[in-house]
Design a protein around this ligand. Structure first.
Ligand code: PXL
Length: 437
């Protein structure tokens, strides 16, 4: 049976934090998400414009409605807003012994109060019945009364909080140069070291605690659930969409979307490579062979391992053949060409390289925008960097705008080459068919 996780939190209309973040996170972990709303915030990536609390009675009834029928395997709380809501939540949850993660949300990134100042005493009582509390630096300072300037302070604060609440304490280190989270279970200090990545961060705290809750719902130990949540949140930040003009949200759907895109990308390229091979255009295959690549879409196009290509390339023997299978990371040169292209035009995700001839270029110019770069003009200091020539060349060629075809005339020991670009492999083949008529 599918495991179920319940979030009791506020709604964020920008869907980066709050119950929207929690629900997406639960879904990403393959857990059925249940949602109890405590407050509605009117917000975008720049500001919170308004907040309306839900009555404690309706909060209670939402919890009872789902627990009594569907049941839950783990619960988390987020924005609880005021003491009356917290008290009602605690009174209901005291009757159950599901794992409970309390994310002691106090203020938004934009510094709006998400918990009334006079609610801390009630929050203390809720934390006492929890399995885990997950404060960030600021929240840990408020709850422990200790200033946190470094890792030692965080360890000290975790011990103070354990004495106060007698529950597992996880102090998050997202603010640190190297993000290290500290867990204290009353016996031992555990350190969870993460990687500092660049990307959007709105909703990080909510999504992280929802990820831990998902792990607990699935029956993982607390440390395992935290480890898995840490991996998830790092990727969710790294592979986020830059939407809105303020603090953009983490991408809680990273696991679901990336896997689905890998499959779609693989299938489409496989079909197009077969079609290309069946055309048997031996005269179009360069001495070094052709490759045909297709990248994952933005924001999943981070490295050559996000670009599918033909292992060992496409070569001419008695006929045109693919040497190996379609694999992500199979291409180096052409993968870097498409990744560079996507920095300027992310919708252009596919590329095929073919043998250069003046005749093909002349024909292509009749139908398409053709651009060019001269490898011999690459500045010496760039040339020294391994693998720099192709990204440099593509950037040069795109200086005149988006191009369907980019070619170069080679250099000492380098064969001249034509690169055909398209939004997907099908479009690349449609373009190609114009030159081979
Ligand atoms: O990230 C804390 C948070 C929690 N819940 C809601 C929020 C925010 C931050 O903006 O809006 C509803």
């Amino acid at each position: 049976m599918i495991k179920k996780a319940l979030t009791i939190a506020g709604s964020d209309s920008s869907s980066g934090a709050g119950i929207e973040a929690d629900l997406k996170t639960f879904s990403s972990f393959g857990v059925y998400g249940l949602v109890v709303v405590t407050a509605v915030t009117a917000q975008n990536t720049k500001e919170i414009r308004d907040i309306q609390k839900i009555s404690p009675k309706v909060v209670k009834n939402q919890i009872l409605a789902v627990v009594e029928d569907i049941g839950v395997d783990a619960i988390k709380t987020g924005m609880l807003y005021d003491k009356d809501i917290i008290k009602e939540v605690r009174k209901v949850l005291e009757n159950y012994d599901y794992p409970l993660v309390v994310d002691p949300v106090m203020v938004s990134k934009s510094n709006v109060e998400l918990l009334k100042k006079d609610a801390i005493k009630e929050l203390d009582k809720l934390i006492k019945i929890s399995t885990l509390v997950t404060p960030n630096k600021d929240e840990a300072e408020v709850l422990s009364g200790k200033k946190i300037n470094n890792l030692d302070d965080a360890v000290e604060a975790a011990k103070i909080l354990y004495d106060k609440y007698e529950t597992n304490i996880l102090i998050k280190g997202g603010h640190l140069e190297k993000p290290i989270d500290i867990l204290f279970d009353g016996k031992k200090i555990y350190k969870f070291e993460g990687e500092k990545v660049r990307g959007c961060t709105h909703g990080t705290g909510c999504s992280f605690s929802a990820a831990i809750t998902s792990g607990l719902a699935k029956g993982f130990s607390l440390t395992k659930a935290i480890e898995r949540a840490k991996k998830f949140i790092t990727l969710a930040i790294e592979k986020s969409y830059k939407i809105g003009s303020g603090h953009c949200p983490v991408n809680q759907l990273v696991y679901i979307e990336e896997d689905a895109e890998r499959w779609r990308t693989y299938i489409k390229l496989k079909k197009a490579v077969n079609e290309f091979i069946n055309l048997n255009l031996k005269k179009l295959i360069p001495e070094v062979g052709s490759n045909f690549v297709y990248s994952l879409p933005y924001p999943y196009n981070k490295s050559i391992y996000d670009v599918a290509g033909v292992r060992g390339r496409i070569v001419k023997a008695d006929r045109v053949v693919a040497v190996g299978d379609i694999e992500f990371g199979a291409s180096n040169h052409l993968a870097r060409a498409i990744l560079t292209y996507m920095k300027f035009y992310p919708e252009v995700r596919s590329c095929l390289n073919i043998k250069y001839s003046e005749e093909i270029i002349e024909k292509a110019k009749r139908y398409f925008k053709v651009s060019f770069y001269d490898r011999r003009k690459e500045p010496e200091e760039i040339k020294k960097i391994e693998g720099s020539t192709i990204p440099w060349g593509i950037e040069e060629a795109l200086k005149n705008g988006k191009a369907d075809i980019i070619y170069h005339l080679g250099d000492v020991g380098k064969e001249p080459m034509i690169l055909v670009f398209g939004r997907d492999p099908e479009e690349v083949l449609i373009k190609l068919k114009f030159f081979i008529q």
